[in-house]
Design a protein around this ligand. Structure first.
Ligand code: NDP
Length: 292
């Protein structure tokens, strides 16, 4: 069994990005600039945005955090989005989700300039992804593709089962792996909460991507020997054994599934660290596109 080490891979990737940024500086170009919009004080969102800003500093990017109050109206937020679209010094930006309930998330995502949409959530970018055109790919699926590529995991002709059809993970993952190219050229089954006989299908899978958010859902008797496992799930569960008072669990019963697998991502340390690295990569791409 080979561990798909997201920590090591993301740190290699950040090193490569940092090298490229130094070259850009040396040649007098401006460095990539990522902005993050955070509305309110949600603890998990504060943590995620904080680590995105820190990662920008690590690779030499400029970063801007626009922290707005929970009470901001939809119209005021749309004005901020317009300002970010018009700001020539910002290459890309993200709007951290979830937004407060009085704000229509789709309306906000639709207002983002697709050329600055480094999360790849705008319908124009999502459509381009499905049409196999050059675009921004959502960071989590992009990170999984990068892991598969760097570890040379064969996907061509394989039966891939993706569990979970969210717009940020499961559905784009199913599209990416069914596209032409490498990684890709797989035969993909996309499953969700209405899927019947789920374990009959996972037992036939060569590669399983778990993205549903139910800890230890995938058990050893649901997979065949030699399977490749990508575990996207991150759930905080209370724990007396951890000084933090909680532990992070994936969607896979790692202890029992790992011995049957050929490759597997750990949680934490698998898909998670790749997500931020790919956001940086998208920002670098956005910057280069704007400069060319
Ligand atoms: P969502 O809650 O948006 O989607 C969950 C999906 O799982 C839905 O499609 C749902 O089906 C499906 N589902 C729920 N129960 C079952 C079931 N019993 N059998 C089959 N399918 C089921 O989740 P996300 O995609 O946003 O996130 C999934 C997990 O990945 C979470 O733990 C999240 O924290 C984690 N995550 C990790 C990231 C990372 O960087 N590592 C990034 C993003 C998410 P239906 O559509 O029918 O409701």
């Amino acid at each position: 069994m080979i561990l798909l080490d997201g920590r090591k891979t993301s740190s290699n990737l950040k090193f490569e990005i940092a090298e490229e940024v130094s070259q850009m500086k040396l040649s007098g170009q401006s460095v990539p600039h990522l902005a993050a919009v955070l509305v309110g004080e949600d603890g998990a969102s504060l943590t995620y945005v904080g680590s995105k800003v820190r990662s920008c500093q690590q690779v030499g990017f400029e970063s801007t955090l626009l922290h707005l109050p929970n009470t901001i109206s939809e119209d005021e937020l749309l004005k901020q989005i317009e300002l970010l679209n018009a700001n020539g010094s910002i290459d890309g930006y993200i709007v951290q989700l979830p937004l407060p309930k009085h704000i229509d998330e789709n309306k906000i995502l639709m207002a983002i300039d697709p050329l600055k949409d480094v999360d790849g959530f705008h319908p124009s970018n999502f459509g381009k992804m499905a049409l196999e055109m050059d675009t921004f790919i959502p960071a989590t699926p992009f990170g999984i593709m990068e892991l598969l590529e760097r570890y040379k995991v064969e996907t061509k002709g394989k039966h891939v089962v993706v569990v979970g059809r969210s717009q940020i993970v499961g559905r784009p993952m199913s599209i990416l792996l069914s596209r032409k190219g490498n990684p890709g050229n797989a035969t993909v089954t996309l499953m969700h909460s209405h899927t019947k006989h789920l374990s009959n299908i996972t037992q036939q899978a060569d590669i399983i991507v778990m993205a549903l958010g139910i800890p230890k859902f995938l058990k050893a008797d649901m997979v065949k020997d030699g399977v490749v496992i990508i575990d996207v799930g991150i759930t905080r569960v209370p724990s007396d054994q951890n000084p933090k008072g909680y532990e992070i669990l994936g969607d896979v019963d790692f202890e029992h599934v790992a011995p049957k697998s050929s490759y597997i991502t750990p949680v934490p340390g698998g898909v998670g660290p790749m997500t931020i690295a790919m956001l940086l990569k998208n920002t670098l791409i956005a910057c280069k596109r704007r400069q060319n």
